[in-house]
Design a protein around this ligand. Structure first.
Ligand code: ADP
Ligand code: ZN
Ligand code: ZN
Length: 731
């Protein structure tokens, strides 16, 4: 009886994505396994695929000749539980198996291999030389070894080892094989770790976590203010897990921004940590992946996609800064690493710790409802209080004739801090110099011809840039519309803050940390260390620098404009602002010097600003939950955001209207269908976009709607439709 293989193929077109049957040629029998990567012929091409199932020929009614699998990659096999996870996710997100399998596979590179020697017999006779016997014993004890390892362990000369190995191989006592060369550059043992005795609060929290890990395995929400020692608790919990022979996964929002966190893990678990992130080369990523796959890494640290790392015996998943939106993939299949982690934890019997100083509203709600175990750290380890936060009403500044981006209060505090030799951090969530270029005479605003959004002025190269598609033009001296010379820049960004600072403090060294200044590999790390060692006094940055940084000499933190996030057209705008202010405040006063925070805003009375500035966390969540309920948003309603896009405006609009009509017929009455409306980002890269928003109290109903849409997908070749389950934003 011969077997067939079901193969998920990696093809782009939505209409043909899917799983197909292939036969297994004789020469590959035994080599092809479920979970293997293969190459198969598909529409006159060779495409990548993964074997997801075996079937008997009789089970498949098919009257045409199946094609053969062409090649198989036998370096690794995706474990069954990963395939199951892919199935569950494909169904939850109404995607194809391959959409998820792809995220689980390592990059397809040819890694370096090295020769190893393995024993081929049980024993060698006592007639062999002492050197040969010594080497054989070592190989046998270790299972396999490289020449290098043998030389190091036996202290013999390389030439004698080589000679002995030649003889042993010829006689058939050992065999030479090739294995993938694994070496991690993080392997060297770093400086002595700082070991801490847990505080009373930390010890209590750890006890609860451990009790839970043994029994209920419920997700835990660890709500701990900045500097309260959450990371230390993760480390201790991981030690427990490792002691039981299990492994841990630590997810962080963006790994290159948290070098300090990674360093701490290397320090505490030298040689046992694997790190996965986007700045690794293909080869580096393969090796880290392979170490995890082989079980050589006890702890895997990485950003979003590391949630798909091939970790067997997983005992604990830590999701640090769980409120961060970067856990969500912003393109199809729109997976959320937090959701994937929950499925994984269920399947592998692991526990999850969601940690944050400012939990997402959804997690907070699950915690008070008892779906998560709610644990709190309310005090900073240092015993220092959180810094006072002062709000400056920018309307008052204007009234008093101050049109600068710095309020008088912020100026005087900066003067004071700098004169004392302390450091200052300024945040503004907008990069570039100015967010729009406008003609004062005719009102003309320069826009991207492809995206219909205003161009951001960048002063370094005097260009207008589109932050969606990268389009750029030289900034004009005269208005392209009316020829007036009155063309001006508005809406300050980080570059502008830098310029103003340089005018105000010509002798102070300022560094700017944003996507523009840190695009080259290594520059971010360099800038952060310059600031840390005190070579620069002021750091300006976008919110990306708000995460996890720890600078003891910072006494003043200023938020140039809280309104940037507050005024986003999104139901999470308030939550984002609250989180931003609270996180930023946590960067001040971490060392011996007391800190201070200044928040500039035109809306000092808004709930998010007030609650964050007064550290009234509970008030914020309470009020926010009331409003989420009233306006039917998460956690009370589940959402699915449909996006229609295409180059022909009328076709896109019509497709959206048509689909709405079909949905009204087909989906449950428990699903509300809103729209279609032009998307907040209406035109991006020459594509027009429309949204339909689905809302339901029952998540299952939205999963069903997704299934329906998946079948519908090829409804119009000129309009592309995606669906985003549990969207992070509606823009
Ligand atoms: P969080 O992750 O909540 O911001 P961390 O775990 O980074 O807090 O702890 C903040 C600082 O306090 C770190 O420098 C850490 O090394 C230190 N720390 C944590 N726990 C203790 C402890 N029990 N005793 C002394 N120092 C500690
Ligand atoms: Zn003009
Ligand atoms: Zn553009």
């Amino acid at each position: 009886m011969s077997k067939l293989a079901e193969v998920a193929v990696d093809v782009k077109h939505p209409a043909i994505k899917g799983e197909y049957y292939y036969s297994i040629p004789e020469r590959l029998e035994g080599k092809v396994q479920v979970g293997c990567r293969v190459k198969v012929p598909f529409n006159n091409q060779m495409v990548e695929g993964v074997v997801v199932r075996f079937l008997e020929k009789e089970d498949v009614a098919c009257d045409f000749q199946l094609k053969d699998i062409a090649e198989v990659d036998d370096r690794f096999v995706l474990p069954e539980f990963m395939l199951d996870l892919a199935r569950r996710l494909a169904s939850y997100y109404a995607a194809n198996l391959m959409d998820f399998l792809k995220l689980m596979l390592p990059p397809d590179v040819n890694p370096q291999r090295e020769a190893v020697y393995a024993p081929a017999v049980e024993q060698i006779g006592s007639s062999r030389s002492e050197i040969q016997r010594k080497i054989f014993q070592y190989i046998k004890d270790k299972g396999e070894a490289t020449v290098e390892e043998i030389v190091r362990a036996t202290g013999l000369k390389r030439s004698s080892v080589n000679n002995a190995l030649n003889v042993l191989t010829k006689k058939g006592f050992v065999k030479k094989e090739y294995r993938i060369k694994v070496e991690s550059k993080f392997r060297e043992v770093p400086a002595k770790p700082r070991l801490h005795k847990l505080t009373f609060e930390q010890a209590n929290v750890l006890k609860e976590i451990c009790r839970n890990m043994e029994k209920d395995k419920k997700p835990v929400l660890l709500f701990g203010i900045t500097g309260s020692g959450k990371t230390e608790v993760y480390i201790k919990a991981i030690e427990r897990v490792l002691a039981q022979g299990k492994k841990a996964l630590v997810l962080v929002p963006e790994i290159s921004l948290t070098p300090q966190m990674t360093e701490r893990f290397h320090e505490r678990f030298p040689g046992k940590v694997a790190v996965l992130h986007s700045r690794l080369s293909g080869g580096e990523r393969f090796l880290e992946w392979y170490r995890i796959y082989q079980g050589d890494a006890d702890i895997t640290i990485g950003a979003r996609s590391a949630v798909f790392a091939p970790i067997k015996d997983l005992g604990l998943i830590v999701i640090d800064e769980e409120h961060e939106s970067s856990y969500k993939q912003m393109e199809f299949p729109f997976y959320d690493a937090r959701q994937v982690a929950r499925f994984r934890a269920e399947a592998q019997g692991a526990t999850i710790i969601f940690g944050s100083a400012t939990p997402s509203v959804e997690s907070f709600y699950k915690a008070i409802k008892g779906e998560f175990i709610f644990l709190k750290l309310t005090r900073r380890v240092s015993g220092k209080p959180l810094p006072p936060v002062e709000v400056v009403d920018m309307r008052e500044e204007l009234k008093c004739g101050n049109k600068h981006i710095f309020s008088r209060k912020l100026c005087s505090e900066m003067d004071a801090a700098l004169s004392r030799g302390e450091q200052v951090i300024l945040f503004l969530n907008r990069r570039g110099h100015s967010t729009f270029i406008l003609c004062r005479d005719c009102g003309f605003v320069m826009k991207c011809p492809h995206c219909d959004i205003s161009l951001t002025y960048h002063s370094s190269d005097r260009t207008g840039k589109c932050h969606y598609c990268g389009f750029q033009v030289k900034a004009p001296d005269t208005c392209p519309s009316c020829d007036s010379r009155n063309i001006r820049y508005f809406g300050a960004g980080t570059e502008k803050v830098e310029q103003e600072l340089k005018i105000r403090y010509p002798h102070v060294k300022v560094i700017r940390v944003d996507a523009d200044s840190t695009s080259r590999k290594g520059t971010l790390e360099k800038m952060l260390s310059e600031f840390k060692c005190g070579r620069a006094q002021v750091m300006i940055g976008t919110q990306s620098i708000a995460k996890g940084l720890d600078f003891p000499r910072v006494s003043l933190v200023g938020i140039i404009s809280a309104d940037v996030t507050l005024n986003l057209p999104d139901f999470r705008a308030g939550e984002r602002t609250f989180q931003l202010i609270s996180q930023v405040a946590g960067r001040a006063g971490r060392g011996e010097i007391p800190g201070k925070v200044i928040v500039q805003t035109y809306s000092p009375e808004s709930l998010a600003v007030k609650a964050a500035c007064e550290y009234k966390f509970k008030d914020f969540y309470k009020e926010e939950l009331i409003s989420r309920k009233k306006f039917e948003y998460p956690p009370f309603y589940f959402l699915m955001n449909l996006t229609f896009s295409g180059g022909d405006h009328d076709l896109v609009k019509k497709a959206a209207e048509d689909v709405k009509k079909i949905l009204e017929q087909e989906v449950s009455s428990q699903v509300k269908i809103l729209g279609p409306i032009p998307a907040p980002r209406f035109k991006v890269k020459d594509n027009f976009r429309y949204n339909i928003l689905l809302k339901s109290k029952e998540e299952k109903k939205l999963v069903e709607a997704g299934e329906f849409l998946k079948k519908l997908k090829s409804f119009n070749k000129k309009v592309y439709l995606t669906w985003d389950m549990n969207p992070q934003d509606l823009m």
